[in-house]
Design a protein around this ligand. Structure first.
Ligand code: MOS
Length: 745
């Protein structure tokens, strides 16, 4: 089918931009409803033990307080409560708030105080007196790792590392050049601008309309229905705007549970919003300790890769991510051994955070590769090219497309890499040492089964809809572009509706799969509408298109036109009138079985180049320049795409230099639970970020060749910065974030 030219691949402003900057976009905690009550969460002050008593009389005596809900008086939930298929919960026994008196982690919600207004609830919460029986907790991965274990294969887990090939340990022992190191990545917490929030509107007919902050409206709906034993048609979840999520809102978090619990108990509408410090009591990127051994010949050819990772999880769930798998994917090597283990600590369960696994594992691998480049004395890009692989050796499959060579080349050119003197401490500007480093990035290009509907009406307007989310990524905009281009309409004529559980079936927005999945579904639905419309147009009395096939026409400017004679045309409205309809509608699905996707491996690749300036006396690091060259198939909208990669890079700068949730092992608690002490890069920390999209022909993953861009920007970025810091200072820091104390040591 011919597509009318123009929109896909062009930079377009966000269609929701105006609503966002003028404050018209409503977020979960901004929906008002009459008779709304406010719930405030009380968090456990101990990390392990049990609640001995909860005295709520004083709180209940405050005028305006409606209830203090605890494990003792909570209403019943469903009799059979397991995680359900779509909950995005790891294997294990899923955490349910206020389940019983047991405390499993510091910050665990232990009571919800509900009042007529927020301030009263906050005050009353301060009057609740809780006594604990304290047990000994353990939150230190260095101790917990002694009892590390391989996660049992279960639904909700991740693909285990590929089986070993060759004799990695033997080859390492024999290798003429060796590097070996231990790499540590700190715990990071998601810190989106919008706090976790749920406003539950209680309908007198017993229905719940829930404004939830989520990456999957239908996932939250399924969770609520499952946990509370409600029928899905009694629960509608709406989430049109999400103020940042990064994976935290894949899994329903406890504010949703508590708000629903209170609404059902009180039979009225309830809102629960977490505070910023309570944002440190939900999921996080787990701490990981990795060891990597690389053995190579003097020419840099890898002879052995041994990569082990141990990562924290909670005592009750086996949260997993693919940390080490990338090490056999990026480079050719005959002797590879990758192992992955979990270690339990008394914290809440970690959860996915932007490029889960890859952000951790590739950071370590790409640091080790830089060390190897110095050990063999060849350029870091040349080292990667000598070990380049054209096939996915972990699966024995070809790639659908892989323009990583072009990423290295174009990125290096843009950055000016050829002018680099490899000698550490060879560049200086005043009191600052200057360093240049690079790394490779990789992320999966996935497609998840998604449905979408398209509806064209007589007034020439098109509405496309799908239950997916826009977490700031640009989903609204790219769906509008795809629909407008497919249908031959202007973007202004198209409305995209998402973020509502009543819309066509969609998985959570995550894994960078949404553009490909929802985009393909929208395109297919629009194509179905075209076909119906074309049929009507052909059947008109004396239709100028009577003898045409759909390949011979274009849909443009609200008309169907013969390609070789544009005077032969029928307007959409005329076709609909001829067909006797006021609307043309279709629902279609995208599915991963499209084309040969199963026979190939689909990945997005990137090459990241970083310049740092390090104050030699103070250890302060500035990342003054980043070039990120990305090969991600078809770029639907270079403007929103660039923003995605830039956001990922900023995240990577945070991982490299700042972000670290610090546990006080005596208290078993994350102590720096605020923006004063948990540092994320701010505008003043960000200099020049240059994003290049490398041209990549992709025709196997999905019809438009989309690979997704949500995560790739962070992968490799921290390593490139760490490598630049080494080049600047001669100091190799294997523990992220690289804070100034580590440079001054
Ligand atoms: Mo992403 S960590 O799948 O939101």
């Amino acid at each position: 089918m011919q597509l009318s030219k123009g929109l896909i691949g062009t930079p377009q402003n966000r269609v929701d931009g105006r609503a966002k900057v003028t404050g018209q976009a409503q977020y979960a905690a901004e929906f008002d409803t009459p008779d709304l009550a406010f719930g405030v969460v009380i968090s456990s002050s101990i990390a392990k033990g049990r609640i001995a008593s909860i005295e709520a009389e004083a709180a209940l005596a405050v005028p305006g307080v409606l209830d203090v809900i605890t494990h003792k008086n909570r209403p019943r939930t469903a009799w059979l409560d397991r995680s359900f298929r779509d909950e995005v919960a790891p294997p294990g026994s899923p955490f349910r708030p206020l389940y019983d008196e047991e405390i499993k982690y510091s910050g665990q919600p232990v009571a919800l105080v509900v009042a007529e207004d927020f301030e009263t609830a906050v005050y009353a919460a301060s009057l609740v007196d809780i006594a604990y029986e304290v047990e000994t907790h353990m939150t230190d991965l260095d101790i917990a790792r002694r009892e590390a274990y391989v996660p049992p294969k279960k639904r909700g887990g991740v693909k285990p590392p590929p089986s070993p090939t060759g004799d990695a340990e033997g080859a390492f022992a024999q290798a003429p050049v060796k590097v070996h190191g231990e790499y540590r990545i700190a715990v990071e917490h998601h810190n989106p601008m919008e706090m976790q929030a749920s406003t539950v509107v209680y309908g007198q007919d017993g229905t719940l309309t829930i404004h939830d902050k989520t990456q999957g409206a239908q996932n939250s709906q399924g969770y609520v229905a499952n946990v509370f034993g409600l029928s899905k048609d009694k629960v509608r979840v709406i989430s049109p705007f999400v103020g940042g999520a990064f994976g935290l809102c894949l899994r329903p978090q406890y504010q949703l549970f508590l708000a629903v619990l209170a609404a059902l108990e009180l039979r009225r509408s309830v809102r629960v919003v977490l505070t910023r410090d309570q944002m440190f009591t939900v999921g996080y990127r787990p701490m990981a300790i990795q060891t990597i051994s690389l053995g190579a010949n003097p020419d840099g050819k890898l002879q052995s890769i041994v990569h082990d990772a141990v990562q924290t999880t909670s005592m009750f769930e086996d949260y997993q991510e693919a940390i080490v798998n990338w090490s056999n994917l990026l480079y050719h090597c005959d002797n590879v051994k990758l192992t992955y283990q979990l270690a339990q600590v008394d914290t809440y369960t970690p959860c996915d955070m932007r490029a889960p696994g890859a952000a951790t594992g590739v950071t370590a691998l790409e640091t080790a590769m830089d060390e190897l480049a110095y050990a063999v004395g060849i350029d870091p890009i040349e080292l990667r090219l000598r070990n380049y692989t054209e096939t996915d050796e972990t699966e024995g499959k070809s790639y659908t497309s892989k323009e990583l060579r072009a990423c290295y080349q174009l990125g290096a050119e843009r950055f000016g890499w050829s002018k680099r003197n490899p000698e550490p401490r060879s560049m200086r500007e005043g009191r600052e040492l200057v360093g240049w480093g690079m790394a490779t990035g990789v992320w999966e290009a996935m497609l998840a089964k998604t449905a979408a509907r398209a509806m064209l009406t007589l007034d020439g307007r098109l509405e496309v809809s799908c239950a997916t989310a826009d977490i700031g990524t640009g989903t609204y905009t790219i769906l509008t572009q795809i629909a407008a281009e497919t249908m031959g309409l202007r973007m202004e004529d198209v409305t995209a509706k998402i973020g509502d559980s009543s819309l066509p079936r969609s998985p959570v927005e995550g894994g960078s799969w949404t553009a490909a999945s929802a985009g393909t579904a929208v395109q297919k639905a629009c194509q179905s509408v075209r076909e119906q419309l074309f049929k009507f147009a052909r059947q008109m009395d004396s239709s100028p298109l009577a003898n045409a096939s759909i390949e011979q026409v274009a849909f443009a400017e609200g008309e169907i036109r013969l390609l070789n004679d544009s005077t032969a045309r029928v307007t959409f409205a005329a076709a609909m009138q001829a067909g006797g309809v006021e609307r043309v509608e279709a629902e279609e699905k995208s599915s991963p079985s499209f084309l040969d996707a199963a026979r190939y491996s689909g990945y997005t690749h990137s090459a990241i180049f970083a310049e740092v300036k390090v104050d030699e006396e103070l250890g302060v690091v500035r990342v003054t320049r980043i070039v990120n060259a990305v090969a991600a198939g078809t770029i639907l909208n270079p403007k929103t795409a660039r923003s995605q990669v830039m956001g990922g890079v900023v995240f990577g700068i945070g991982m490299a230099l700042a972000e670290e949730s610090m546990l006080d092992h005596n208290l078993g608690r994350f102590m720096n639970h605020n923006f004063g002490e948990y540092h994320v890069p701010v505008n003043a920390d960000i200099y020049d970020i240059d994003v290049i999209f490398v041209s990549e022909h992709e025709d196997k993953l999905n019809p438009m060749g989309i690979k997704g861009l949500g995560e790739i920007g962070i992968v490799g970025t921290a390593a490139a910065i760490g490598n630049a810091i080494y080049h600047a200072t001669g100091k190799r820091v294997r523990e992220f974030p690289i804070t100034l104390d580590k440079l001054l040591e």
